[in-house]
Structures are given as structure tokens and as C-alpha cells.
Ligand binder design. Structure first.
Ligand code: GLC
Length: 801
């Protein structure tokens, strides 16, 4: 046996020669002469886990990120013992492992190298903390691009960046600032149009370097734990994201109202102020579904209490708001005020639920209520208790959603803005220090909150929003991007962050519209709301210390712009809900950055501003003051300008006019876009008719889907949903729309109003399921090119005059 020091460079230790190899079903172990074990686990044909031990010893296998619902299983697996290497062959990839030093090379079945080790696995022993600083370096061929990693406020393509994951309360963060609130150690690499992903499932502080330190090398490392990463092969980038999302978990469908518009501020109080705001939305006819109570609703910032002076009768207020269509959402922070008279504090003390320092004292820190202790959400018993605390808020008072903040966890007036490293955590029975638990603390808090709301809101669906998150948090919660600033640069950042979160498995995200810190101009607010309605989570929020940020504070023009876009969001609810369903069902990212949309077009690899909302709507925000439009890249294919209905050829840059009331939007040809009537809140109106906007395309079939259900509750899981699939086929003088229906839910409406856009001919005759129906009976409107048809047709033929 050789010693570690023989394989040491600058304090780094390296694996030696492989001396043994074994396989038990899907796990293949390689052991080296110096006590390194590489365990390769085949999860699916294109998903493989790589796990390294040193000293011949693996840790107990435990992860908060991995979902037990993900797909498992493969159809092919062969291991070859060759002269210099082992080869593991799955249906999709070939993994070669060098006998000399355990280094890994992954190729596709055609032999194209997808990802290969540079130095590969190496480590440094940490005398100070014990354990290892585990490292991995991979060669980075020229031209490789990198994406993903959660909420990083920097160029979408991460080439040249060095990144740190350590959840941090970053008030008024700036462009390129790092780390921020979330820790999502997952990235997508793409070389020669083939994409792969790497998820480094390690909750310690992690780093990623994309050709910053060395031009031809990417690397990632952690301040503890194991080198434990999952490799996902595409080659399609979207498949990389869906496979990652499948592994780390998909969300449930939110209640439909949660996809409406939300209004927030720090803080709306007293009750009369809340009512003034909610009434004003109705008076101005700006749709709104949710109103937030920030920390001032509490009694001295004690979670689960009310300030009875501001809110004398919360139950009545919440009921009255509900009658007006509003769902009340309240903030709950992790810091529990040290106060012997406060029941939440007492219970936690009695049961030993608060985090403690290594030597025994409680973890004491200042947050909004002053000196606090903090529940250890990594303890399952604490989560159970915490979930139970929501009974009053949800079951008795009728609150519909909970906003978890400050859960990095944030501590005020201390170095590092969080717990010190020595704080102890249960980590679900794997006791550890804060170094390991820090990045998942917020997710475990959101998880406990989710479980509480779900318990008491049942049979309705829960709604949670969190600031901090680790991979997998999407199973429990939506998120927002934290304390941004009312600047144009932050509008750019918000756009990037929402796209990046989508490609990191957490689509249900949005920014504080208008900016949290400082005050936006009316113009900036207008441009932000235009973008914000195309983010899966859509909420205006502000710190409130610089004036108001309700749409009406900016004057008539901005009120009109806000109404126009919030109305558009409400019209597009069936489209948005269908996007969400695809995300919940298959892990498909709701927003598609252009590179995710069309990676085969090299023009997309460095684009940041344009994105596809769902599958068929291209959006590109105006991000400069005084703009009358902007240049933008329209992806390949043909599109229609949503506003002018002009046909636009993709695959090139274009100037697009966009006055203050216009954000450039393009619809893919062949798309069928579903719309509901405008409502002031979800469920305000009976939906009498589903509108379908049909964008003509000559040639190949285009499929569009519409998913609907009861908009809340779990009946959909028993098959009570309605999934309509429309296939559009366009010819020179005829179009055919075929409809295929799934599910047993009966939609309220009986008919559909179809509008034809870009039709190259005048309608002469319409056949429904092979029967000619008179244009009169179909209320054919020649001027607007619309007809009204019964909802459950199988096939429509529209024939030229
Ligand atoms: C934090 C949150 C912010 C909230 C404030 C007061 O700064 O990020 O959204 O309004 O705390 O609770």
C-alpha cells in the first residue's frame, strides 16, 4: 500500500491505482491502492451517480435533495474490464474509468466525449474541521458553455465565473454579487450542442469554477462532506433539466389563484390600510388574488401572534377579504423571540427544539423581534411541531398561504450575517455542525411550513413562498429573489434570475416587482410589471420606507399599463396553468431561456434577455429608460408579433417597436393559445367560453395543450382533470384542428370561441366532425375572424371560400 503523501501535490491528495472492482446490481465499486472508493450508481440510462470515499469509508447515505418519487431503472448495463480501463455501458452513455488513477470519461454511444476529468477527484484533509475538502476538476474544451446554479445575478452563461453557494441575506444585492439567498449546486454544461448536467449534492459551502482559475478547466469543491455528484446526459438541454428535476423532485400543482397577481409591502397595517389597498384594486379594476401581511401584523414580531391593535379580529378580516376574492398570506420567520410569556417559545424550550452551540448554550441571535432562538428545522420532531403551529392561522383564521423569510438563516449585526459554524443540528438523525446544515436550513423550514399548511388547508392545496432554498425545495415551495433594488439593472437581474431558477428546477419564482429597496420611477415600474406577469410567481413588493409602490402611485398611464398586463396574465391563466402542469408532471422548466429553447442555434448561447414563456410565447423585456422599442433575437422558426399580428421570420435580430405600454411578445406559428375572460380574481366569474387564438402555420403539425381541473384540491390526482391536446395542420386553402381529450373533469364552459390569426384565405365552409355546419350557426364573425364551436369537437375543417 502506498501512502497518501506519494500522491500529493500542493496539499492535494489524489487517488492511486485501482486494485479491486465489484458490482452489486446497479452499484459498481472501484477501490484504489490508497483507500479511495469510487461508487458508480446507475440510476437511469442517462443519469448516473458518482460518489467517492477516502480511507475506504463512506458516510451514511443521506440527502435532503433527492426525491423518493423520481424515476429509477435502466434497460441496459454492461461492465467491461479492459486493459487500461473499465467501461460501464448504459443505453445512453459509456463511462470509462482509468485503472491508473480512477479518472472518469463519459461519452455518448457514438463515442463523442461529453465530459471528462482533468485532475478528477482529489482532496485536502482539513485539520481544522476534520474530514476533507473534496474537489473535482473536469476539462473544459474551448467553446463549452455553462448555465444553471439557481439565483446567481450574473450573465446566464457562467463561463469565466467562480461561484460560491452559501445561503446569504444580501439586502440590495448587486449584479454579479455572490453568494445570494439560494444554494442550487446544479449546472448544465454544453459542448458542440450536446448538453449534460452535474448536480453536486453536498450541502456544505460549495464552489464552482467555470474556466476562471484555469482556462481549460471547470471545477467544483466543498468545505466538507463527500464528493457526491449526479451526472445527467441530454443531449437535449431540456432533458437535462427535466431529469435533474425528476431526481430532486417536482412540485404539486398550486391552487390556480396562486398564479394570479399578488400585492405586498412591508407592511400593510392596520386593517383599514389593508382594506384600502384591496378596495382600490377592485375600484381600478386591476385584478389581484393575494394580499400579504408582512412582520407588523404580529405582536412584537412574535411568529403566530397578532397585533390586536392593528388587527383586532383577524378571522373576520380574512373572511371579509375572502368575500372580495382575496387570499391572505402572512409572513413567518424562523427567529422565535426569547420571551417566557410566549407560548411558541415556551413549547420549544420545554421540548428542546432550539438550535444549540457546540458547547451547549442556545444559538442566540438578533432578528426583527430582538434576541431570538431558532428552531432546528433539520430535526423531524421540530418540523412536526412547527407544522402543528399553523392550525390557528390556517384552520381557524383562514389564512391561505405562508411566506417564509430570513431563513438563510439571517442574523443581524454579526459577522457572516448567520449562525456561527459550530451550531449543532440534528440533520434528520445525522448530527452535524452548521457548516453542513446551513444551506438546507431554509428548505427544511419551508418544508415544515408546507406540511403544516397542507394538513390544515386540506382538501385545498397549500401555498408557501421562501427566500432561501437548496435543491429539492421545489417540492414544497415557491420562491422569490429577495431584496432587490428599484433600478434598471435590477430589471435585467430579475429577468436572468427567473430564467436561471427555471433551468435549475425551481420554476415557481418571481422578483419583487418594481424593486424592494428604493423607489422606482413610473416608467421602471411599468416595464417591470410587463416582465413580471410572465414570471411564474407574480408579486409587487417593496420595503415601504420610501413611499408607496401600488400601481396607482405612478399616475394614470402606469395604472393603465398595469391593468393591461395583469389582465393579460389573467386571460392567459389556462396557458400558464398548463405550463405549470407540464412542470409538475414532467419537470419541464416553465421559462425557457433561448439556449434551452434552441441549443442547436449558436446565436442563443450567449443571449440573456429573450425567453420563451411556456412553449409558444416569446417575451423580451424593455430594460432601458426612454426606450421606444429594442433590438431582439427571434429564435428560429416563424412567429407572429402578438400586438401587430405581423408575421416575423426567426433566426435573426430585429428592431421591435415597444412604447411604454408594449412589451415585445411573439407567438409561435401553429400555436393555439387558450384564454379565459378577464376576472378580478380567480373564480370571480363562471367561465362561459374558452377562447382559442389560432396562429396559422403552413406545413407541419403543431401541438398545443390545455390542462384544466377544479383549480384547487386534489381531485385531479384521481383523474378529474381535463387535458385537451390540439393538433394544428395548415394547408394553403384549408386548416384542420384535431382535438384529443383526456381526463374526467367536465369544464364549466360548453363552447369555444376560435379566432384565426394570419389565415391566408377567407373562410368558406366549416366542418365539425365531418358535418358541414352553417357559418351562421357558428356565429362566424368575418371582421374578427372568429367562430364559436361546441367544446368537445374531435376535428374541425376550415376550408377556403
Ligand atoms: C426581508 C425580506 C423582505 C421583507 C422584510 C421584512 O428584508 O426579504 O421581503 O419585507 O424582510 O419582513
Amino acid at each position: 500500500m502506498i501512502t497518501n503523501t506519494e500522491l500529493e501535490i500542493k496539499g492535494n491528495l489524489f487517488p492511486g491505482k485501482i486494485i479491486s472492482f465489484s458490482q452489486i446490481v446497479d452499484k459498481i465499486n472501484f477501490t484504489t491502492e490508497n483507500g479511495v472508493i469510487l461508487q458508480v450508481t446507475i440510476i437511469r440510462g442517462s443519469v448516473v451517480r458518482f460518489r467517492y470515499a477516502t480511507d475506504n469509508n463512506f458516510e451514511k447515505d443521506f440527502s435532503y435533495a433527492i426525491s423518493d418519487k423520481g424515476a429509477r431503472g435502466y434497460s441496459e448495463l454492461e461492465v467491461k474490464d479492459l486493459e487500461d480501463q473499465y467501461e460501464i455501458i448504459t443505453k445512453k452513455i459509456i463511462i470509462s474509468i482509468a485503472k491508473a488513477n480512477i479518472s472518469v470519461k463519459i461519452s455518448d454511444r457514438e463515442g463523442n466525449v461529453i465530459c471528462k476529468d482533468d485532475w478528477g477527484f482529489h482532496w485536502e484533509q482539513s485539520y481544522e474541521y476534520g474530514g476533507n475538502i473534496v474537489k473535482m476538476s473536469k476539462s473544459a474544451p474551448q467553446g463549452e458553455c455553462y448555465y444553471g446554479l439557481g439565483d446567481k445575478p450574473m450573465h446566464l452563461n457562467l463561463k469565466g465565473k467562480r461561484i460560491e453557494n452559501w445561503a446569504t441575506d444580501q439586502y440590495a444585492f448587486g449584479k454579479d454579487q455572490d453568494p445570494l439567498y439560494k444554494s442550487v449546486p446544479f449546472y448544465i454544461g454544453m459542448y458542440e450542442e450536446r448538453a449534460y448536467g452535474i448536480f453536486f449534492d453536498n450541502s456544505f459551502k460549495t464552489f464552482f469554477d467555470f474556466c476562471n482559475e484555469r482556462r481549460n478547466v471547470t471545477s467544483f469543491w466543498a468545505h466538507g462532506g463527500e464528493m457526491n455528484y449526479y451526472f445527467f446526459y441530454g443531449p437535449n438541454m431540456q432533458d437535462v433539466v427535466t431529469r435533474y428535476t425528476d431526481l430532486t423532485g417536482k412540485p404539486e400543482l398550486p391552487p390556480l389563484w396562486a398564479l394570479g397577481y399578488h400585492q405586498c409591502k412591508w407592511s400593510y397595517y392596520p386593517e383599514s390600510k389593508v382594506k384600502e389597498v384591496t378596495t382600490k384594486f377592485r375600484d381600478l379594476r386591476i385584478p389581484c388574488d393575494a394580499i400579504y401581511l408582512d412582520i407588523d401584523y404580529m405582536d412584537g414580531f412574535r411568529c403566530f401572534t397578532w397585533n390586536k391593535e392593528y388587527f383586532p379580529d383577524p378571522k373576520r378580516m380574512v373572511e371579509e377579504l375572502a368575500e372580495d376574492g382575496y387570499k391572505t398570506i402572512v409572513i413567518i420567520d424562523p427567529g422565535i423571540k426569547i420571551d417566557d410569556e410566549y407560548s411558541v417559545y415556551q413549547e420549544a424550550m420545554e421540548n428542546d427544539y432550539f438550535c444549540k452551540r457546540a458547547d451547549g448554550p442556545y444559538m442566540r441571535g438578533k432578528v426583527w423581534p430582538g434576541e431570538c432562538f431558532f428552531p432546528d428545522f433539520t430535526n423531524p420532531e421540530v418540523r412536526e411541531w412547527w407544522a402543528g403551529l399553523f392550525k390557528e392561522l390556517i384552520d381557524e383564521i383562514g389564512v391561505k398561504g405562508v411566506w417564509n423569510d430570513m431563513n438563510e438563516p439571517a442574523v443581524m449585526e454579526v459577522p457572516g450575517k448567520t449562525f456561527p459554524d459550530d451550531v449543532r443540528h440534528n440533520y434528520d438523525g445525522n448530527p452535524c455542525s452548521h457548516r453542513k446544515a446551513h444551506n438546507i436550513y431554509g428548505t427544511q423550514m419551508a418544508r415544515a411550513t408546507y406540511e403544516g399548511i397542507k394538513r390544515f388547508a386540506y382538501p385545498k392545496r397549500p401555498f408557501v413562498i421562501t427566500r432561501s432554498a437548496y435543491s429539492g425545495a421545489q417540492r414544497y415551495t415557491s420562491s422569490w429573489t429577495g431584496d432587490n433594488v428599484a433600478t434598471w439593472e435590477h430589471l435585467w437581474i430579475a429577468n436572468i434570475q427567473a430564467q436561471r431558477m427555471s433551468m435549475s428546477g425551481m420554476s415557481f419564482t418571481g422578483s419583487d416587482i418594481g424593486g424592494f429597496a428604493e423607489h422606482p420611477t413610473g416608467e421602471l415600474y411599468a416595464r417591470w410589471i410587463q416582465l413580471g406577469v410572465f414570471h411564474p410567481f407574480c408579486r409587487t413588493h417593496s420595503s415601504g420606507d420610501h413611499g408607496n409602490q401600488e400601481p396607482w402611485t405612478f399616475g394614470e398611464e402606469v395604472i393603465d399599463v398595469t391593468r393591461k398586463y395583469v389582465e393579460l396574465r389573467y386571460q392567459l391563466l389556462p396557458y400558464l396553468y398548463t405550463m405549470f402542469w407540464e412542470y409538475a408532471e414532467e419537470g419541464i422548466p416553465m421559462l425557457k431561456s433561448l439556449v434551452l429553447y434552441d441549443q442547436l442555434d449558436p446565436q442563443t448561447h450567449y443571449r440573456t434577455d429573450e425567453f420563451v414563456f411556456g412553449n409558444q410565447i416569446l417575451v423580451c423585456p424593455v430594460q432601458e429608460p426612454n426606450a421606444k422599442g429594442r433590438r431582439l433575437y427571434i429564435p428560429r422558426g416563424n412567429w407572429y408579433n402578438y400586438w401587430t399580428r405581423e408575421y416575423a421570420k426567426g433566426g435573426m435580430e430585429q428592431w421591435v417597436d415597444a412604447d411604454l405600454d408594449t412589451i415585445p411578445i411573439f407567438i409561435k406559428e401553429g400555436a393555439i393559445i387558450p384564454k379565459y375572460p378577464i376576472q378580478q380574481y380567480v373564480g370571480e366569474k363562471k367561465i362561459e367560453e374558452l377562447k382559442l387564438e389560432v396562429y396559422y402555420k403552413l406545413g407541419n403539425k403543431e401541438v398545443s395543450k390545455v390542462y384544466e381541473d377544479a383549480q384547487d384540491g386534489y381531485d385531479y390526482a384521481k383523474g378529474r382533470f381535463s387535458l385537451r391536446s390540439f393538433a394544428f395542420t395548415g394547408k394553403e386553402n384549408e386548416i384542420i384542428i384535431q382535438q384529443h381529450k383526456n381526463g374526467t373533469y367536465i369544464t364549466e364552459y360548453e363552447r369555444m370561441k376560435i379566432e384565426f390569426i394570419g389565415l391566408p384565405f377567407a373562410v368558406g365552409e366549416i366542418e365539425i366532425d365531418n358535418v358541414v355546419v352553417s357559418l351562421n350557426d357558428l356565429k362566424y364573425d368575418e371582421k374578427n375572424n372568429t367562430v364559436v364551436v361546441p367544446k368537445d369537437f374531435t376535428e374541425l375543417h376550415i376550408v377556403a371560400k
